[in-house]
Design a protein around this ligand. Structure first.
Ligand code: NAD
Ligand code: UDP
Length: 337
């Protein structure tokens, strides 16, 4: 079975490619490298000890995609390609709608042209907006608070319409909670551009001495210690979720929507403490004001993932911090070696 992995050079994509190849799938990575380094591909090749097929192209470009489908018989697509910076999406909404929404529509069009109708899409817990309660179930109301989130909601809707128009499609929408950590080898991991927006890479860069201190965005939320609570999920567990979805795709007779989270909420300060324990390094922090648009608490009810996909998170907070630190300490400048 040959799988096209759009965005396969990125953080979650690269970890998924490793598992796919280890599980015996043929893989073709398709990426425009707008937020990835070619070094990530070399590292994946090092882990699996063989070359991987990579096509540089843009999902918005029909000809780039057609060239792939002309040359290869693709059985399914795992669609990671997209832009993901919430703040940037507020500044540049059209860039996000073009890349994420238009790009996904073009991808589906070309897939249909070549009779490839199986797709797993990277959605996000952000589609739940500020949930009325936690844990979050898949049937909770959907709401976007920024253009990035709206782009995910729009693609979910587009894919549902595609299915209504043609029931031969096999579609899984995976709503990720907060992916963190790295491959246990420390060879691949998250390599954000510039100052990290997300908590875990910021903590890791502070522990390694690249940043002076962490700003904790708010300590007056209605949570266990006043800081924001999230559902952190090890990226390797998350990657496994895609393999489970791929194995079961053929059995699905409607669009499947599944939360991929560990189902546990940890506060910012709990993450700091866990990272200090795993790394043996101090993570200095200062309490700062709340970040606009942040919510207090977000964590999944992951029971549907277990029921439908036979998947559940197996790696806990200690492994997330251990592997995140392993990657960061071995690659203090990320892929910019
Ligand atoms: P990433 O930026 O590391 O990976 C995305 C990849 O897509 C990059 O390699 C980038 O170069 C590529 N890409 C972007 N636009 C493209 C285009 N037009 N054509 C071809 N390639 C393109 O991000 P990630 O963290 O690996 O996230 C993967 C997916 O999961 C994204 O769709 C993201 O929105 C979604 N997601 C991520 C998170 C998270 O916290 N990391 C949470 C929920 C959902
Ligand atoms: N956070 C923080 N300082 C940072 C980055 C994040 O205190 O430098 C907090 C943020 O307010 C939230 C949690 O860490 O409560 C997770 O933030 P992240 O951006 O990683 O994920 P998201 O908010 O998108 O779930």
């Amino acid at each position: 079975m040959k799988v096209l992995v759009t965005g396969g050079a990125g953080y979650i994509g690269s970890h998924t490619v490793v598992l796919l190849i280890e599980a015996g799938y043929e893989v073709l990575v398709f990426d425009n490298f707008c937020n990835a380094s070619r070094e990530s591909i070399r590292r994946v090749e090092k882990i699996i000890n063989k070359p991987i097929e990579v096509v540089e192209g843009d999902i918005r470009n029909r000809e780039d995609l057609r060239a792939v489908f002309e040359k290869h018989k693709i059985d399914a697509v795992i669609h990671f390609a997209g832009l993901k910076a919430v703040g940037e999406s507020v500044e540049l909404p059209l860039k996000y709608y073009d890349n994420n929404v238009n790009g996904s529509a073009v991808l589906c069009e070309v897939m249909a042209e070549y009779n490839c109708k199986s797709i797993i899409f990277s959605s996000s817990a952000t589609v739940y907006g500020d949930p009325h309660t936690t844990p979050i179930l898949e049937n909770f109301p959907l709401f976007a608070t920024n253009p990035y989130g709206r782009s995910k909601l729009m693609v979910e809707e587009i894919l549902r319409d595609v299915y209504v128009s043609d029931n031969e499609w096999k579609i899984v929408l995976l709503r990720y909670f907060n992916p963190v950590g790295a491959h246990a080898s420390g060879t691949i991991g998250e390599d954000p551009n510039g100052i990290p927006n997300n908590l875990m890479p910021f903590i890791a860069q502070t522990a390694v001495g690249k940043r002076e201190y962490l700003s904790v965005f708010g300590d007056d939320y209605d949570t266990k210690d006043g800081t924001g609570v999230r559902d952190y999920i090890h990226v390797v567990d998350l990657a496994k979720g895609h393999l489970n979805a791929l194995e079961r795709l053929e059995n699905f007779s409607e669009v499947m929507t599944v939360n991929l989270g560990a189902g546990k909420g940890y506060s910012v300060l709990e993450m700091v403490t866990a990272f200090e324990k795993a790394s043996g390094k101090k993570v200095p922090y200062k309490i700062a004001s709340r970040r606009a648009g942040d919510i207090a608490t977000c964590f999944a009810d992951p029971s549907y993932a277990k029921e439908l996909l036979g998947w559940e998170a197996t790696l806990g907070i200690d492994e997330m911090c251990r592997d995140g630190w392993h990657w960061q300490s071995q690659n203090p400048s990320g892929y910019n070696i």
